[in-house]
Design a protein around this ligand. Structure first.
Ligand code: F6R
Length: 612
C-alpha cells in the first residue's frame, strides 16, 4: 500500500524516480507525485490517478535535480485527489515528506497543531506528520534528524517515510516501522524504495532497514541509527532479481505473463529441493525447527486472501499426510482475538509480498505467545520472511499483477513439499506413496503447461458469460479452496459477484440462487469426491443452472450433464489444486478483459496490503 522511492547522487533524479514509481505502481495507483530540490527550492508535482497522469502533467519540465522523492498512493486518509496526493510539504514549505503507512494518533496531533495556529491543506495524516516535525524543529531549534527522531518517538502507527529539507538540500532522512524500506548502495549515489524493484537496475547491494531505524544520507555517506540515537551496523545484502522478470516480456498484461510463467515458476520452486531419483526433499530454510515441526501437536496457518486459500489446501495436506491437526486463520481475525497458542505450537505464515500488515501482526502475536513461526513467503528479505524463525521461500519471481496467480501455485508447491518431508520424517506415509507423490509433483510443471493450452477454449467460454452478474463456484475436498480462489479471482479483476462454496453446502442455502441465468463453475475432477460432485451437478441441472465443469481428461460422464466442460490432465487428489486453478485464473483474466477492466491494477486494490 503506497510505494515510495527516493534518489540522491549525481544523476538526473526525475527519470529515476518516475521509472521507480512505474515499478511500484502495483502498491497503489490512486495518485502519484514527486518532489525535487533544485537550488535549495522544492518543486512538488502531484496528480490524482496513475503515474502516467503525473508524467503527462510534468510534461518534461523537470530535469537537472539530483535529489528527489516520489510516491504512488493507495488512499487511507482522504479522497484520492490532487490535494491528498504525496509528497506533502510542512507548513512553512521547508520540509517535504513521502509516507507509506498510517499515523494512528494523527487526529490529536493535528488538533494540537491547529490550536497553535497551524492549518492544513489536505486530509492526510502525512501532512500532520511533516508539520509536526517542522514544529519540533522550530520549538527546540533542532537539526532535522533530531526533530525527526523526537517526532518518531511520539507518533503511533506504521510508517516508511523519507524527508527532504530546503535548509539541507543534499540530505535525505528516512525511517521505517511496520512498512518496508530498502536502501540501495550505488557508486556515490543512493536509492530508497518500498521494495528492491526500482533499485535493481542500478545496484544489487541493498540494506533492508529494520523497524525504528533512522537513515541519514548526507550527500555521499550514510548512517543508520536507532531511536535512541545510537549508530547501528547495517547488514548489506546482495539482490538476486533478474531485470527481465520485472517487464511484461511480450504479454499484454503482467497477470497473463504470470499465469503462463507457472510451469517455470513451479519448477523454480522445486529446483534444488526435490530429487526424484534419490527420493530427497531438501528444504534448506527449515533445519533448526525441523524436529519441532515433526513433534508439533498442532499447526496454525495464518494468511490473507489467496494465501489463505493456499493455507486451506495445506490444512488438508498436513492432516491427511502428517496426521497433525491444523487450523487455518484469517490473520486479521487471529490477531484481534485471544487465540489459544501453546508453547511449541507451529505457526506458518503464508504471504506473497511478505509485507501484509495483518499477517505480520499475527506472527508477532504468535511469537509473543511462544509459538515457533515459519514463513512461506515469495519476496526475499521482506518483513514476514525476516520476522519468521525459519521458512521456505517460493522462488516464484516477482509477482506484479495485483491478482495473485503464480504465487498461489508456488505456495501450494512449497506447502506440499513441507507436508511430504514431514510425513516421511514422522513415518505417516509409506515409502511407495511418498515416491509416487514425488514423481507426480515433479510432473506438475508439464501438466500445468498442458492446462495452459486450454486458453483459447476458455476465452471462447468466457465470451459467452461476460455479461453474467453472478457466478457460483463449487468444489469438494482439495478442490473446495480452489472454488474459493476462482471466485476471488473473478470478483477482484472482473468486478463480477462470485461465491465459492463447498459443493455439498449448496443445498443449505445457495441453491435458492440457482436459475437459468446462474452460471455454476464446478470443479469435478476424478478424485475421491467425484461421485458426490456428480450428484451436486445434477442438483444444479434440476434447477436449470448452467454448468461449466472442470473435469479430468477422458471423463465421459460429466460432459453429458454439463453445458461446458474443460478437461485438465489427471493427477493425484493432493496435487489437483495446482491444475484445477489454471482454467479459473484464465477465465477471470478473459472475463475482465472483455468487460474492459484493468486486470493488472483493479480498482480499489493494491498488491501489498501494508495497512490493517
Ligand atoms: C488476491 C490477492 C490477495 C492477496 C492477499 C495477501 O489475488 O492477491 O488476496 O493474496 O492480499 O497478500 P500476501 O500474499 O502478499 O500476504
Amino acid at each position: 500500500m503506497c510505494g515510495i522511492v527516493a534518489y540522491i547522487g549525481a544523476k538526473d533524479a526525475y527519470p529515476i524516480l518516475l521509472k521507480g514509481l512505474h515499478r511500484l505502481e502495483y502498491r497503489g495507483y490512486d495518485s502519484a507525485g514527486i518532489a525535487l530540490i533544485d537550488n535549495a527550492e522544492i518543486h512538488v508535482h502531484k496528480k490524482a490517478g496513475k503515474v502516467k497522469n503525473l508524467e503527462r502533467f510534468v510534461n518534461g519540465s523537470e530535469s537537472g535535480s539530483t535529489i528527489g522523492i516520489g510516491h504512488t498512493r493507495w488512499a487511507t486518509h482522504g479522497l484520492p485527489n490532487d490535494l491528498n496526493a504525496h509528497p506533502h510539504l510542512s507548513a512553512n514549505g521547508s520540509l517535504v515528506m513521502i509516507h507509506n503507512g498510517i499515523i494512528e494518533n494523527y487526529g490529536s496531533l493535528k488538533q494540537d497543531l491547529i490550536n497553535r495556529g497551524y492549518s492544513f491543506e489536505s486530509d492526510t495524516d502525512t501532512e500532520v506528520f511533516i508539520t509536526f516535525i517542522e514544529d519540533i524543529q522550530k520549538e527546540g531549534n533542532h537539526p532535522l534528524e533530531d526533530a525527526f527522531r523526537i517526532a518518531l518517538t511520539k507518533v503511533i502507527g506504521a510508517y516508511a517515510v523519507v524527508i527532504m529539507s530546503t535548509k539541507e538540500p543534499r540530505k535525505l532522512v528516512a525511517a521505517r516501522k511496520g512498512s518496508p524500506l530498502v536502501l540501495g548502495l550505488g557508486e556515490g549515489e543512493f536509492f530508497l524504495a518500498s521494495d528492491a524493484t526500482p533499485i535493481v537496475e542500478y545496484t544489487n547491494e541493498v540494506i533492508y532497514l529494520k523497524d525504528e531505524e533512522i537513515l541519514i544520507i548526507n550527500d555521499d555517506h550514510y548512517e543508520i541509527k536507532n531511536l535512541d540515537d545510537v549508530a547501528q551496523s547495517p547488514y548489506i545484502e546482495t539482490l538476486d532479481i533478474e531485470l527481465e522478470t520485472l517487464e511484461k516480456g511480450g504479454y499484454k498484461h503482467f497477470m497473463l505473463k504470470e499465469i503462463f510463467e507457472q510451469p517455470n515458476s513451479i519448477r523454480d520452486c522445486m529446483r534444488g529441493r526435490l530429487n526424484v531419483d534419490t527420493g530427497e526433499l531438501v528444504l534448506g530454510g527449515i533445519r533448526e525447527y525441523a524436529n519441532a515441526l515433526a513433534n508439533a501437536e498442532r499447526i496454525v496457518i495464518v494468511a490473507c486472501g489467496t494465501s489463505w486459500h493456499a493455507g486451506l489446501v495445506a490444512e488438508y495436506l498436513f492432516e491427511d499426510l502428517c496426521r497433525i491437526p491444523v487450523e487455518v486463520e484469517y490473520a486479521s481475525e487471529f490477531r484481534y482475538r485471544n487465540p489459544v497458542i501453546n508453547e511449541g505450537d507451529i505457526v506458518i505464515a503464508i504471504s506473497q509480498s511478505g509485507e501484509t500488515a495483518d499477517t505480520l501482526a499475527a506472527i508477532e502475536l504468535a511469537k509473543n505467545k511462544g509459538a515457533i513461526v515459519l514463513g512461506v513467503v515469495n519476496t526475499v528479505g521482506s518483513s514476514i520472511a525476516r520476522n519468521s524463525y525459519e521458512g521456505a521461500y517460493l522462488h516464484a519471481g516477482p509477482e506484479i499483477g495485483v491478482a495473485s496467480t503464480k504465487a498461489f501455485t508456488a505456495q501450494l508447491t512449497v506447502l506440499t513439499m513441507i507436508a511430504l518431508r514431514l510425513a516421511a520424517k514422522k513415518g505417516t506415509i509409506t515409502d511407495t506413496k511418498y515416491h509416487e507423490l514425488l514423481v507426480e509433483l515433479d510432473s506438475i510443471p508439464d501438466k500445468v503447461a498442458l492446462a495452459l493450452k486450454l486458453n483459447d477454449k476458455i476465452e471462447t467460454i468466457s465470451d459467452l458469460f461476460k455479461e453474467a452478474q453472478n457466478f457460483l463456484y463449487l468444489g469438494r475436498g482439495y478442490n473446495f479452496p480452489v472454488a474459493l480462489e476462482g471466485a476471488l479471482k473473478l470478483k477482484e479483476i472482473s468486478y463480477v459477484h462470485a461465491e465459492g462454496y463447498p459443493a455439498a453446502e449448496m443445498k443449505h442455502g445457495p441453491i435458492a440462487l440457482i436459475d437459468e441465468k446462474m452460471p455454476v463453475v464446478v470443479i469435478a475432477t476424478r478424485d475421491s469426491s467425484y461421485d458426490k460432485v456428480v450428484s451436486n451437478i445434477q442438483e444444479v441441472k434440476a434447477r436449470k443452472g448452467v454448468i461449466i465443469a472442470i473435469v479430468t481428461e477422458g471423463d465421459e460422464l460429466i460432459p453429458t450433464m454439463a453445458d461446458f466442460t474443460i478437461e485438465i490432465p489427471a493427477t493425484h487428489d493432493y496435487l489437483m489444486p495446482l491444475l484445477s486453478v489454471i482454467p479459473l485464473q484464465l477465465m477471470s483474466y478473459h472475463m475482465a478483459i472483455m468487460r474492459g477492466c484493468n486486470v493488472d491494477q483493479p480498482r480499489n486494490l493494491a498488491k501489498s496490503v501494508t495497512v490493517e
